[in-house]
Design a protein around this ligand. Structure first.
Ligand code: WAQ
Ligand code: MG
Length: 256
């Protein structure tokens, strides 16, 4: 039996009561791993570098095997960038290559740069006009119910590539689920953890493009933008992102 575990933590009260987003996490696990995961999420929320949470929600729900979709892990490529402006230039070029207009890509970067503080979720932008479409304000769309199909294999694979740590582990799974939606053209992301400056551009066409410097060290503002096709049905996209359980397989099989 599998369970989806979701954690979100805020400071100054719950997110919906104006609390500041501290951290979140989502996994899909079998029963024996649950206790350990819940404890580590609790610890993460209470010792996070963005601040100590005073609101922590952990939700655990059974996921039925027949409700799981399988999507392939995106291939990864790492770029070089000496500073933030080089990083952003690489990101804009990669977004354009994936089918986002230059104006929309630039809008995306500016939107993240001008956030007063991080959102809990992602913003959805039209890939052509660069307009924000989700209307979800400071909340954004939170992708959940995803994990890799085989954690041991996945972690060994990352280690072989010299990549360790939760940031990559989680981001590559999230980006693979997001890129698995037909309406998504590309994703832009950098972390809101003050000491983590790496970000990426991801798309189903070209994979996960890791960019080493996307913000200044010490900045607590990061975020995600999902660029979508014109005419996208936002309700069905958001229901895939928030509700569809997805396991990411290394072998590249896909069933939906
Ligand atoms: N769904 C939607 N948006 C999310 C989610 C989610 N599940 N999780 C985070 N976000 C948004 C939210 O606005 C956060 O403020 C922002 O993204 C950053 O989240 O080395 O760690 O978890 O290859 O801080 C990328 C590079 C790391 C990894 C990204 O993001 C690598 C990262 P964080
Ligand atoms: Mg973070």
């Amino acid at each position: 039996m599998l369970f989806s575990v979701k954690m979100r933590a805020a400071q100054g009260g719950a997110h919906e009561k104006g609390g500041r987003h501290i951290s979140g996490a989502e996994r899909i696990l079998s029963e024996p791993g649950l206790e350990k995961t819940v404890l580590s999420m609790l610890e993460r929320a209470r010792t996070h570098q963005r601040g100590k949470a005073d609101f922590i929600s952990i939700r655990i729900e059974e996921v039925k095997n027949e409700d799981i979709a399988y999507k392939p892990l995106l291939p990864m490529e790492s770029f070089e960038a000496a500073d933030v402006s080089e990083g952003h230039a690489v990101a804009i070029a990669e977004l354009e290559k994936a089918g986002v207009t230059r104006a929309a890509a630039q809008n995306g970067i500016s939107a993240l740069l001008s956030l007063p503080d991080s959102l809990r979720g992602a913003m959805i932008f039209d890939a052509v006009s660069g307009k924000r479409l989700d209307g979800l304000g400071q909340r954004g769309v939170r992708v959940s119910k995803m994990d890799c199909a085989d954690s041991a294999d996945y972690e060994a694979d990352l280690e072989r590539r010299g990549l360790s740590g939760e940031h990559v582990r989680e981001a590559l799974v999230l980006a693979s689920k997001v890129a698995g939606a037909d309406d998504i053209i590309a994703e832009l992301c950098w972390s809101d953890d003050p000491d983590y400056v790496t970000g990426y551009v991801a798309s189903s066409k070209f994979g996960y493009k890791r960019i080493p410097v996307m913000k200044e060290m010490g900045s607590p503002v990061g975020g995600r933008i999902f660029f979508v096709k014109e005419g996208t049905d936002l309700n069905s996209l958001c229901s895939y992102l928030q509700e569809q359980a997805v396991l990411i397989s290394l072998g590249g099989e896909e069933n939906v």
